[in-house]
Design a protein around this ligand. Structure first.
Ligand code: ADP
Ligand code: MG
Length: 389
């Protein structure tokens, strides 16, 4: 709550009035199931205790005045509800604007604008989905302010639509889903083919989720992401010539081994292999967790990282170094890259008492090899986007 007190002071300073409402939307981390979402497979993300806050006061006119504590240099960004187009100069504010536009396109008309101050305590562009957090937060705000009564699942879908069609990032549904539908101390097994999902309680008695940020900017991530998507699509089309499937996620490992030779390009074959095996690994990992077999869960996390490194080739020296260094320590159950890759974050499950030692050992060793330090966050699993006051 200290956070809100600090934000309140800023809100008053910036908008010359007090705030009326406070909202919070988490970031998310994917525990296992990477690059499976757009291949019609399973993912296993959870919402985090860190995320994005918003303080809001309604206005009497048609303006939205938005300020972000994370982009102070840009000051207040102002736009009209009557002209919601993606405008480069509005920078980050295109994310909330996009969600508002998609709501309007779906018939949810906002009767007036508002002042809003955002603050995120998740890093931007590091694979913890600050963008989805901001989008679902915006959907939650306008749903509440204007009494639209939209179910969270539809806020999730409209947020994804905003990211796909207004921002122009070709992301799957996982990020917005985890941020919106998250549940305290639960991860979500989501079938991205059918959108069927189930919560799985994570009882980390004696363990912590440790996020390590490589602090490597993602750079080429977007073009490589699109390349991986199209490599998997090509492989799928070749398999479809001999087997009736809609997505790689429908195949078991055995079925994949039977048909894999039809994929002509060996690189595409490796990509498809990852998609199939990672999906099956995710299902196995959730079963292991249900049986309280955290050791097996951790082993599958490491297998996931190795597959992302060798077959999918989306890790890079920074992520590989961080995972390797973490795994050298006592008390580490599992560790892997999380998010799209090429930089961004790792996720590890580690024993409570080992956290400090791991950070102490890994930080200088990483710096020596990579040239700069990583950052660490100990996180807990929280509920999805919601109104706080
Ligand atoms: P990720 O979702 O992995 O954090 P993205 O590149 O998809 O990375 O999204 C990051 C972008 O989202 C930021 O550059 C910014 O435009 C927007 N954003 C996220 N959080 C905030 C925030 N608290 N305030 C303003 N903009 C934000
Ligand atoms: Mg994002």
């Amino acid at each position: 709550m200290d956070e809100i007190q600090l934000l309140k002071e800023n809100f008053i300073k910036i908008f010359n009035e007090d705030f009326e409402h406070v909202y919070f939307s988490p970031g998310r981390v994917n525990l296992i199931g990477e690059h499976t979402d757009y291949n019609g497979g399973h993912v296993f993300p959870c919402a985090l205790s860190i995320g994005t806050y918003a303080l809001v006061t309604e206005r009497n006119d048609r303006k939205v005045c938005a300020y972000s504590m994370n982009f102070k240099d840009l000051g207040i960004i102002e736009f009209s509800l009557d002209n919601m187009v993606n405008d480069k100069k509005d920078d980050w504010a295109n994310y909330p604007k996009g969600v508002m536009k998609i709501f309007e396109d779906n018939g949810y008309k906002m009767k007036n604008g508002f002042n809003v101050l955002f603050f995120g305590n998740i890093p931007n562009g590091s694979g913890l989905s600050s963008s989805a957090s901001l989008e679902v937060l915006t959907g939650t705000i306008i749903n509440d302010l204007f009494g639209f009564n939209v179910d969270m699942i539809d806020i999730v879908k409209m947020s994804q639509e905003a990211e796909n069609n207004f921002i122009g990032v070709n992301c799957g549904i996982m990020d917005q889903f985890a941020v919106g539908m998250g549940k305290y101390n639960n991860a979500i097994l989501l079938d991205c083919n059918t959108l069927k999902y189930e919560y799985s309680e994570i009882d980390l008695k004696g363990y912590k989720i440790l996020i390590g940020n490589t602090n490597k900017k993602r750079g080429l991530a977007d073009s490589k992401y699109n390349e991986r998507r199209s490599q998997c699509e090509t492989a799928l089309h070749e398999i479809q010539k001999i087997k009736n499937i809609n997505a790689l996620g429908e195949l078991t490992e055995e079925e994949f081994e039977e048909v894999k030779d039809v994929i002509t390009d060996p690189v595409n074959r490796k990509r498809a292999k990852h998609a199939v095996y990672e999906n099956q690994r995710t299902i196995k990992a959730v079963k292991a967790l249900k049986r309280d077999n955290l050791e097996l869960f951790g082993k599958l996390m490491v297998d996931s990282h190795n597959s992302l490194r060798d077959d999918y080739e989306v890790t890079g020296i920074e992520l590989d170094t961080l995972v390797e260094l973490i795994l050298k320590n006592d008390g580490v159950i599992g560790s892997r890259m999380t998010g799209a890759g090429f930089g961004g974050c790792t996720v590890s499950i580690v024993k409570d008492e080992s956290v400090d030692e791991i950070i102490k050992n890994v930080t200088p060793a990483y710096k020596e090899k990579i040239g700069y330090e990583p950052s660490f966050y100990v996180v807990t699993i929280s509920d999805g986007a919601r109104k706080l006051q």
